[in-house]
Design a protein around this ligand. Structure first.
Ligand code: SF4
Length: 473
């Protein structure tokens, strides 16, 4: 059985999930290759093309080869991005990453991944001299045509890779041993005592019979508490006492046991007392990519290209005002900020969902356009986060322990639905915008534009409806 670097990284995250993938692929929940994953893959190819352009322009271009495969007798499989044959008979390995730095954290593990490639390559032919990670230069600012020399950074990581070589060889041996094992204990897995954020899609396979909802729906639950509950076989929220959980967890627990929403009227009233009319319900759509598509932008930096605004002028306002903007060419969002400034007055609250996202864009735009900084700062100062209501003041077990608008909306305003829309989420919007800005005028373009506007409009209208529902509560 072969093991690639992707398999090996999966093994490091969770040996059991790799075993399931390799031994029982039919039981492994593969999930869908999401639009976002497709976008990342396309960006990876684009980046590799710039690396290749840069290398092929060099005087030593003939010494490089691309996508070289090293396959060892004991089952290691490494397809390296780039190999350079050195003058002294040794060779260098290059791994291309679309990050703006070398990431060595447990989740990304680029050093470990490079180490796997080096070990596989050295088992086939000796003498890897140096290992490089080629990543994006986070300080690069696009100005006209992409300049691959300025866009890319070649980070030599040889010593870091050599430092972990011995431990990585041991881990590779363990991974190969595991894959030789015909049977493992499939009756449970170690995530039984870890919070939901750690669970992968194989959780149900290894832990059948866990009820829904369960102790894993309790927010921020500690490992110690999960160990106690799981150790005593208490997975059902009916079996948990209010005195055993924190204040925030108690909201979810009570809602599950009562089978109805639990409300802290005082906290709800305090939030509403901060909401000043007119209310501006605001949502941005942003585009980010490894290779900046807009002059003035950096790699991986989001560019707002669209906003929707619903304005509720008074508490009894029955006719909301709706304002929208969609950039039709790839530029920094100055025209969008101008447009917002014409429609968002100096008084009244700005309401967003997960407002830190909108405010991060406001901060970036304030730096890009200093003459707009005062206006954008005023938006930040006046922002209220509607999501905050669902962290504690209003909890319904029907949200599944989540505060995402995608979980809250169907419960509070079930008649509003993203299903069936051509643009139905942020990734769709990003992909749609990339197409829109390079499309010729015509019906297809107009339809795409309408779909994008319709989606963003629903985002802010959904907020209005949720706000009004909460106001009634
Ligand atoms: S749920 Fe956790 S322990 Fe279980 S297979 Fe997935 S990652 Fe591994």
């Amino acid at each position: 059985m072969q093991i690639s670097k992707t398999d090996f990284i999966q093994f490091l995250h969770c040996p059991k999930s790799l075993w399931l993938l390799k031994h029982k692929p039919e039981a492994y929940p593969h999930g869908e290759f999401s639009d976002y994953a497709e976008k990342l893959a396309a960006e990876g190819y684009e980046l590799e093309a710039y690396v290749r352009e840069l290398i092929e322009a060099g005087v030593d271009a003939a010494q490089f080869s691309f996508q070289t495969v090293f396959q060892t007798e004991r089952g290691l499989y490494a397809k390296t991005d780039i190999v350079r044959e050195n003058e002294d008979g040794t060779f260098n390995l290059y791994e291309v990453k679309s990050s703006t730095r070398v990431k060595a954290d447990a989740k990304h593990n680029q050093i470990k991944d490079a180490c796997f490639q080096m070990i596989a390559a050295e088992e086939v032919r000796k003498d890897v001299r140096d290992v490089f990670i080629v990543h994006l230069n986070g300080d690069y600012v696009r100005d006209g045509e992409i300049n691959p020399d300025a866009l890319l950074t070649f980070a030599k990581v040889t010593s870091k890779v050599r430092e972990i070589e011995a431990e990585t060889r041991i881990e590779i041996n363990k991974a190969l041993d595991l894959l030789q094992t015909a049977e493992i204990d499939e009756s449970c897995c170690s995530c039984l005592t870890l919070s939901k954020a750690n669970h992968c899609d194989s959780f149900e396979h290894f832990n059948p019979g866990i009820p829904k909802p369960s102790i894993y729906n309790l927010p921020r639950i500690s490992k110690a508490k999960l160990e106690t509950f799981a150790g005593e076989g208490r997975f059902d929220l009916e079996d948990i006492g209010l005195d055993e959980v924190t204040e925030k967890q108690a909201y979810v627990l009570r809602s599950a046991q009562l089978r109805e929403p639990v409300v802290d009227q005082g906290a709800l009233a305090r939030w509403f007392s901060r909401a000043k009319y007119p209310l501006y319900f605001l949502d941005y759509e942003t585009y980010s990519s490894a290779i900046p598509i807009v002059d003035g932008a950096r790699p991986q930096s989001p560019i707002p290209f669209q906003y929707s605004l619903h304005i509720k002028r008074t508490p009894d306002d029955l006719e909301l005002v709706h304002v929208e903007y969609l950039a039709e060419e790839a530029t920094l969002p100055r025209a969008m900020v101008d447009h917002m400034q014409r429609h968002i007055g100096p008084k009244g609250s700005v309401i967003s969902w997960h407002a830190s996202f909108e405010n991060t864009q406001n901060k970036t735009m304030a730096k890009q356009f200093p003459d707009k900084a005062e206006f954008l700062q005023s938006l930040m100062d006046r922002t209220l986060d509607l999501e905050d209501l669902f962290a504690a003041p209003y909890v319904d077990i029907a949200f599944g322990g989540s505060t995402s608008i995608k979980k809250v909306l169907p419960v509070l305003a079930g008649d509003l639905d993203y299903a069936g829309m051509d643009v139905a989420n942020g990734t769709d919007a990003m992909n749609a915008w990339k197409h829109l800005i390079s499309m010729p005028d015509g019906d297809v373009r107009n339809r795409l534009k309408e779909s994008m506007l319709e989606y963003c409009k629903l985002d802010t209208y959904a907020m209005v409806r949720i706000f009004e529902e909460m106001e009634r509560v």
